[in-house]
Ligand binder design. Structure first.
Ligand code: CMX
Length: 425
């Protein structure tokens, strides 16, 4: 058994016992109230989900297992996965063991390539990526062992096996989708014994003479891993997983949600918006021009992509991390300069609109410009990158939920007539 899995086998039963004891003593305590507006408003602010891998306080942004993001930006995604699962960062030996465990399972079955090759040439990269994961469902250890009558306390271990197997293959699948969808030539293989993001960067096949693109990939795959439990992708995946659907089903359910323009697809939309301003104004626009463009976007009934958040009420620390990277490596790039100028302008415009609760940039506001700088200019691909990273969080949440024995999700819905009666309307 790998070091990580052994560690989980040690800590999960204790955590489960703690939760059981808390429930026994405090199970009937109220933790949240729901207003009519919340019932009709996507349940914003209703506390009723459990997620131990990360939390997102509105005034702080992402905290993974108690560690604020600002202290994690230099870490490898593998370290983040370890942290998400265990609550601790790995030491050198533990990291090496996890990397070896991942590397041992990186070979993608041939039928995945056959399926991708059979897809229409103009398929969205997210449809290709998710199809590739879903078609591997037949590999699920959980599904096989469940059908053989696996015991309940072994569910998490089988889900962990699925997670490592999926995570191991995502760099190759993600890179293959890129190369196939955008006619970049044959699939590439990567060197052995390099880390997960390095492998991915190598297989994409973009030029990276001084290693900056690889550094960006490490940051990118690190920053998008998890964002507590209530966002569309995490929540959809957790709901599907709660039915004991295996991780192949649950992860793709979540990633299908990530493909929505109000969620992960915003990074594609956002760079499109930035480039539109450039085309419209014939170069990097001024602050005044950007203000005008943002106002026009709002007046036409569209959202300004990359701005606003359902939970955050500050500049997303993930955006800050990308901004710092851009300033360090591409301060003079006109697209990056536009992103900076948008950041200096758009919050002022959005603040004037009373209904918008958060006028600040989210993670998607800056990432595209950095990728664009290094030649990854096909922005319909960007959500695939987000997905490779988000698989870590979704997978970790699924393993933890199975280990804690959480039941099938089933909130209660009511028809409008019933709500009318409750509030006396
Ligand atoms: N541009 C224009 N209008 C916006 C806006 C923006 N950037 N952000 C919020 N609004 C509008 C909403 O559309 C909503 O309008 P209606 O009441 O007419 O429907 C109103 O302001 C209130 O919204 P809110 O309570 O402030 O925000 P929500 O929790 O409803 O929505 C989000 C959050 C992210 C969907 C929204 O801010 C948005 O659409 N932003 C642009 C898309 C984006 O960047 N999404 C990525 C988020 C990060 C991620 O999950 O990947």
């Amino acid at each position: 058994m790998s070091m990580l899995k052994s560690k989980l086998a040690e800590i999960f039963p204790k955590q489960k016992a703690e939760i059981a004891a808390m429930l026994k003593e405090f199970g009937e305590k109220e933790v949240s109230k729901v207003t009519l507006a919340q019932a009709y408003g996507g349940m914003r602010g209703v506390k009723g989900l459990v997620c131990d891998t990360s939390e997102v306080p509105p005034d702080k942004g992402l905290i993974i297992r108690g560690i604020e993001l600002v202290h994690l930006t230099e870490k490898l995604p593998e370290e983040i996965l370890y942290l998400l699962l265990t609550g601790e960062l790995p030491n050198e030996a533990e990291l090496a063991d996890l990397q070896a465990e991942i590397q041992a399972q990186e070979e993608v079955p041939q039928y995945v390539w056959d399926v991708l090759n059979a897809m229409p040439a103009d398929s969205h990269p997210m449809a290709m990526f998710n199809t590739a994961i879903l078609v591997m469902q037949r590999e699920s250890v959980f599904a096989r062992r469940y059908s053989e009558g696996m015991k309940k306390d072994e569910y998490w271990g089988a889900t962990y096996d699925d997670l490592i197997s999926i995570v191991a293959k995502l760099p190759a699948i993600g890179a293959a989708v890129y190369r196939k969808r955008f006619n970049k030539g044959e699939r590439l293989s990567s060197a052995k014994n390099i880390d997960w993001s390095q492998k991915y960067a190598q297989m994409l096949g973009l030029e990276d003479p001084n290693g900056e693109l690889t550094k960006l990939m490490q940051l990118y795959l690190n920053l998008h891993s998890d964002h507590e439990g209530g966002n569309v992708s995490a929540y959809s995946a957790a709901t599907v997983s709660s039915a004991l659907s295996d991780l192949y089903y649950a992860l793709t359910a979540g990633l299908n949600g990530l493909a929505g323009p109000l969620h992960g697809l915003a990074n594609q939309e956002c760079l499109g918006w930035v480039l539109e301003t450039r085309d419209k104004f014939g170069g990097a626009p001024t602050h005044e021009q950007l203000k005008q463009f943002a106002e026009e976007t709002l007046a036409s009934g569209k959202v300004v992509p990359g701005y606003g958040h359902a939970v955050l009420r500050i500049t997303d620390p993930r955006f800050d991390a990308f901004l710092a990277f851009g300033k360090k490596y591409m301060g003079e790039d006109p697209v990056f300069l536009t992103v900076q100028r948008v950041f200096e302008t758009v919050p002022g415009v959005l603040s004037q609109v009373q209904k918008i609760k958060d006028p600040w940039p989210n993670v998607d506001a800056g990432s595209g410009a950095l990728l664009y700088h290094y030649g990854l200019t096909e922005f319909s691909y960007y959500t695939v990158l987000f997905s490779i990273s988000r698989a870590l969080g979704i997978g970790a949440q699924a393993v933890v939920a199975r280990a804690m024995g959480y039941p099938i999700t089933r909130p209660k819905s009511l028809p409008t007539a019933a709500y009318k009666k409750i509030v006396g309307a």
